[in-house]
Design a protein around this ligand. Structure first.
Ligand SMILES: [Zn+2]
Length: 199
């Protein structure tokens, strides 16, 4: 039987995404054994993040500075804008280091079921950003879900008449994916997005 404090800590950690009670207990034990090193370091970092975390007023990214490091980077291509649902999507895309432009985080997706309306997302600021000029291409990087695609369609409608090229991520076979394991929707998308074989 662990003390009340340790139980509370375990319960708090178990609430983290991807961590269940079992992993939380293992993490707590691991930290307790490294009280002076890893635990001290973690506490300090958590304190700093808590104090300095801000939302970028331009793109909605979460960083320790506003504008965020991406928006403030002069080497970034100012003419490309990639629209994503969540901050996690921005981070995932940016880790791939393929997109050199900047981002716009919507803060979710349109959903009739959950009652999420356009005004609940940062769609207005997106349109204003594009209307302000200086952007050539808007890349819609919504999730390949019904709600993600509904959101993308809505944004395309709202951007109508503005002088920008609108593109969308290709949907299809995942790298390393085997046909046999894919669902019909993914297969159908891959087939629709087929392209000529270069020879
Ligand atoms: Zn930003």
């Amino acid at each position: 039987m662990a003390s009340q404090e340790i139980e509370t800590l375990t319960a708090a950690l178990a609430r983290l995404p991807g961590l269940g009670p079992r992993s939380a207990r293992r993490a707590v034990l691991w930290l307790l054994k490294r009280r002076e090193t890893a635990l001290a370091e973690l506490l300090e970092t958590l304190g700093q993040v808590r104090e300095r975390l801000v939302e970028c007023h331009i793109c909605g990214n979460v960083d320790t500075q506003d504008p965020c490091a991406i928006c403030a980077d002069p080497r970034r291509d100012q003419r490309g804008l990639c629209v994503v649902e969540e901050v996690a999507d921005l981070w995932a895309l940016d880790r791939a280091r393929l997109f050199t432009g900047r981002y716009h985080v919507l803060g979710g997706r349109l959903s009739a079921l959950d009652g999420v309306r356009p005004e609940d997302l940062l769609i207005g600021p997106l349109i204003a950003r594009v209307a302000a000029g200086g952007i050539d291409e808007v890349v819609l990087a919504m999730n390949a879900t019904l709600e993600g695609q509904t959101t993308a369609h809505y944004i395309v409608e709202r951007l109508e008449g503005l002088p920008v090229r609108i593109t969308q991520l290709a949907h299809g076979l995942p790298v390393g994916g085997e046909l046999d394991y894919l669902d019909e929707g993914t297969l159908a998308q891959a087939l629709r997005a087929r392209r000529p074989v270069s020879q």
